[in-house]
Ligand binder design. Structure first.
Ligand code: FAD
Length: 155
């Protein structure tokens, strides 16, 4: 089993797409992530998995806060911006939820405080205690086999 085979297999798992946002010393930083999962209902916990090389990791460890923005089908460009797939710097306007930076127009904005961090291999799992949620009635962006997709024909 080589790295490519592992990546290809994991890419078969269709996911939504999120942008994780945090703020440190007045500066907002975002990163596209699909390694996101709900963990617990009582208390309300979620988990994200961030690579050790990602600049956002230390920022979240220091700020102890992050938001998960579940992107809508019309927000592929934001995913590409925060994944570094669009290189030219873009001005992105952020909203606030419970004082934390969030992206307007997302299907769901989930504001979190870091509850714990677990280093596993070359990623860190950050458990977030959910402090607030805002929802919009929109279709989600989908990612599978390394490509963006939109849901079609599902009711
Ligand atoms: P940077 O490379 O500094 O930032 C990423 C990009 O965001 C840069 O282009 C930067 O200009 C832009 N940006 C940041 N803040 C702002 C701002 N305030 N205003 C405007 N632009 C800004 N990696 C993981 O670790 N975990 C995952 O679960 C994961 N899932 C992914 C899912 C998908 C669909 C894709 C495409 C990528 C995923 N990645 C994941 C990879 C990750 O998104 C990239 O490696 C990312 O570039 C690493 O970000 P960074 O924190 O190092 O920040």
């Amino acid at each position: 089993m080589d790295d490519r085979q592992f990546r290809t297999a994991m890419g078969k798992f269709a996911t939504g797409v999120t942008v994780i946002t945090t703020e440190l010393d007045g500066e907002i930083h975002g990163m596209t992530a699909n390694a996101f999962m709900s963990v617990s209902l009582d208390p309300k916990l979620v988990v994200i998995s961030i690579g050790e090389k990602a600049k956002i990791l230390n920022k979240i460890k220091e700020s102890k806060i992050f938001s998960v923005n579940i992107l809508a089908a019309d927000q592929q460009e934001l995913s590409m911006i925060f994944a570094g797939q669009i290189k030219e710097p873009r001005d992105v306007v952020f909203d606030r939820l419970d004082g934390k930076p969030v992206l307007a127009g997302a299907c769901a904005q989930v504001a979190c405080e870091v509850s714990s961090a677990h280093v596993e291999g070359d990623h860190t799992l950050l458990i977030g205690k959910v402090t607030d949620i805002r929802l919009e009635e929109k279709e989600p962006l989908v990612f599978v086999n390394g490509k963006y997709r939109e849901l079609a024909g599902i009711s």
